[in-house]
Design a binder for this molecule. Structure first.
Ligand code: ADP
Ligand code: MG
Length: 257
């Protein structure tokens, strides 16, 4: 890549980079998350051959979008999710989340971003069995140092939103799978994140329970929540506005609905 010109006005004469869709004229969207030329190379040891898990991914997630991420096993979905979720950093390229440049952050700053701007939903719910549903939903606020009274108020509100207002004092084991996933979704919502990342959120649920969870996602999306959902299930992907299909560390296909 050429060095940028430094003389005033010269930048306007530069053609947009072919690999950077954000540089295209008229491409102004309110992107909540933006990856530019993101690569990820894993190296198990100095002797092992490097694995190119991401090979230059450009992706913008629009504020309010409902995005599905598909692709065969090994195509780079989890690696992409880890970077979107600030659980890992790109080897190269840039990642901006909700206006913050994450590619250059320290671990401490990344964990701040995770706590304040991101929500996570997992296949296995990942609730803490010893805690009540209310306490589970409040955990992100606990790590933010939000005072107890405020934590209760906000997590109760999130639980009402997912239809668990009458189950707040229960333990996870006393709930059905669908209710446990609702509790996990309340936990993801409680900090009003810029982006919710869900990894196979219906993978552990039967079809009819899955449907109720997908309806909840639709409702949240209609209420303005930005969602990125990894799934193998085309029925899940069909509810999204856009599906990207990963292959060999790149976005291979995009389908808009
Ligand atoms: P997917 O989630 O689509 O199955 P992954 O992102 O988990 O794909 O993996 C992409 C590629 O990176 C695969 O070849 C995988 O073996 C490799 N990989 C993932 N994580 C690691 C790691 N921690 N160390 C080495 N290789 C890894
Ligand atoms: Mg994976």
């Amino acid at each position: 890549m050429q060095a940028s010109p430094t003389s005033p006005g010269a930048a306007e004469t530069q053609a947009p980079s072919a690999t950077d869709p954000s540089a295209a004229p008229g491409a102004a969207v309110d992107a909540v998350a933006e990856l530019i030329g993101v690569t990820k190379v894993y190296r198990k040891s100095a002797a092992a051959p490097p694995v190119l898990a991401l090979r230059g991914v450009d992706l913008k997630i629009r504020r309010g979008e409902h995005l599905a991420i598909m692709g065969a096993s090994g195509s780079g979905k989890s690696t992409l999710m880890n970077i979107l979720g600030c659980l890992d950093r790109p080897t190269d390229g840039r990642y901006r989340i909700d206006g913050a440049e994450a590619s250059e952050m320290t671990d401490r700053d990344l964990s701040q971003v995770r706590g304040q701007r991101l929500g996570f939903v997992f296949q296995a719910f990942n609730l803490i069995p010893q805690l009540t549903v209310l306490e589970n939903a409040a955990t992100p606020l606990f790590y933010q140092g939000v005072p107890a009274g405020e934590r209760v108020k906000r997590s109760a509100r999130a639980l009402e939103r997912v239809g668990l207002g009458d189950r707040m004092q229960h333990r996870p084991a006393e709930l059905s799978g669908g209710q446990q996933q609702r509790a996990a979704i309340a936990r993801a919502l409680v900090n009003e994140p810029a982006l919710i990342l869900a990894d196979e959120p219906t993978g552990a649920l039967d079809t009819s329970t899955s449907d109720t969870i997908l309806e909840l996602f639709d409702e949240l999306h209609a209420g303005g929540v930005t969602l990125a959902v990894i799934t193998h299930d085309s029925a899940v992907a069909e509810r999204a506005e856009r599906t990207i299909v990963m292959r060999d560390g790149l976005i291979d296909q995009q389908v808009y609905r």
